[in-house]
Design a protein around this ligand. Structure first.
Ligand SMILES: Cc1ncc(COP(=O)(O)O)c(C=O)c1O
Length: 408
């Protein structure tokens, strides 16, 4: 019997799994582990959204199959959001679709547009689904390295120039997970011009549209004239409204891509549970004070983390968006790489972070720290890390001894 299936073989073992297994083990033996790993919001969904869900769920008529493309009130709420926030006009019928979280939309779009061997341009490091959706769909990946002093556009132009065949699409994600980099309209304009010229679709992931601090709100690529000729943009309720478990997100923009996604989805799902969609639409249309509160919470945690770690001797750039700090591995440990460093941080400081290698080879000099524990826990993490950094010579000596023993 075949047990090595083609698509499963295309998925490498999950780097995050190693750190997760260590975390589970540490907790099972009673250790107090502070988990700043996964970007899983820890706060509850705002009460008025939960109340609406409960109210609508009481109506048995909402228990039937819903609409795969999303109910019209939710698509209209998305249209209002794009108008209010970005001054972008969308057609709710042809340019909007509701997805079961933006990740599902992204993966199903990939499967709807990929022919075997097609080339897709994926930033590296980037959120894993950006590449694995295409790998699963039989596509080929061409990475666009995101390096500290590199100009993304120059790199992109070089890669396209030397590509064996014309790439089908470029993925971009600003504000970025994991790097927290943000984009300007000027940048988007240049990317759109370039991709229009070469006939390359742009898939923009705007999951962190509303999680920003001390800066103007991040723009949408759809604000650029002509963008919708080639671009689709994914947004999500998960981070903006603390709704990660609800699995609700959107795609908006290019009608050909939306149509392709809608067609695949019409074969695969009947849409999110109607009460979830109704609650999501009131989240988008009613008071946005809760979004402000969520932003402030992350900003406060960010300041505590970055300022505290700086005092502890670990200087990390202050992110101006997302719920992550993208932390260069301290120089004394940089030779270890991000996976070994993360394991060491867990075993010695009892703090879980995500190894940058999990986001691609160009992420290996960093770890990602999520702002998903409360400020007391973050302070505790800082104290533990400070102690860890202060005893780095002993820790590294122990690592060396362990490695020697393993070699013998
Ligand atoms: C960049 C990015 N895109 C998409 C997602 C997934 O969002 P959703 O919950 O809407 O599937 C995440 C979640 O962490 C993310 O970081």
């Amino acid at each position: 019997m075949e047990s090595e299936f083609f698509r499963i073989k295309r998925l490498p073992s999950y780097v995050f799994a190693e750190v997760n297994a260590m975390k589970e083990h540490a907790r099972s033996v009673g250790e107090d582990v502070i988990d700043l790993g996964m970007g899983n919001p820890d706060q509850p969904t705002p009460q008025h959204i939960v109340d609406k869900l409960v109210e609508v769920a009481r109506n048995p008529r909402t228990h039937r199959y819903s609409m795969s493309r999303g109910i019209s009130s939710l698509r209209n709420a998305l249209v209002d959001y794009y108008k209010r926030r970005f001054n972008v006009d969308l057609d709710p019928e042809k340019e909007c679709i509701v997805t079961l979280g933006s990740k599902e939309g992204f993966a199903n779009l990939a499967s709807s547009i990929t022919s075997p061997g097609d080339i897709f341009l994926i930033p590296n490091p980037s959120y894993p689904i950006h590449q694995y959706s295409f790998i699963l769909a039989g596509g080929s990946i061409q990475y666009v390295p995101i390096l500290p002093n590199d100009d993304f556009l120059i790199t992109l132009k070089r890669i396209v120039k030397y590509s064996i065949s014309k790439p089908i699409a470029l993925v971009i994600n600003y504000p970025s997970n994991p790097t927290a980099l943000i984009a300007t309209l000027d940048f988007y304009e240049q990317v759109v011009d370039f991709c229009c010229f070469h006939g390359i679709y742009i898939l923009s992931d705007l999951a962190y549209a509303e999680i920003y601090f001390d800066i103007d709100p991040p723009p949408s690529i759809l604000q650029i004239k002509n963008a919708r000729n080639i671009s689709i943009e994914f947004t999500s309720m998960s981070k903006t409204y603390n709704m990660p478990g609800w699995r609700i997100g959107f795609a908006a923009g290019n009608s050909t891509l939306i149509k392709a996604l809608a067609r695949i989805k019409s074969y695969l799902d009947y849409g999110a549970f109607t009460p979830i969609q109704v609650a999501a639409s009131i989240a988008l249309t009613e008071s946005q004070n809760c979004v402000e509160e969520i932003r402030n919470l992350y900003k406060n945690r960010r300041d505590i983390l970055i300022d505290g770690l700086a005092v502890a001797g670990w200087k990390i750039p202050k992110p101006s968006a997302t719920m992550f700090a993208w932390a260069p591995i301290p120089s004394s440990f940089s030779h270890l790489g991000s996976l070994e460093f993360s394991k060491l941080l867990l075993s010695e400081a009892k703090v879980v972070v995500t190894p940058g290698i999990g986001f691609g080879e160009h992420g290996d000099g960093h770890v990602r720290i999520s702002l998903v524990e409360n400020q007391h826990r973050i302070r505790q993490a800082i104290r533990n890390i400070k102690h860890f950094l202060n005893s780095y010579d002993i820790i590294l000596k122990n690592v060396e001894n362990r490695n020697c023993k393993n070699r013998d």
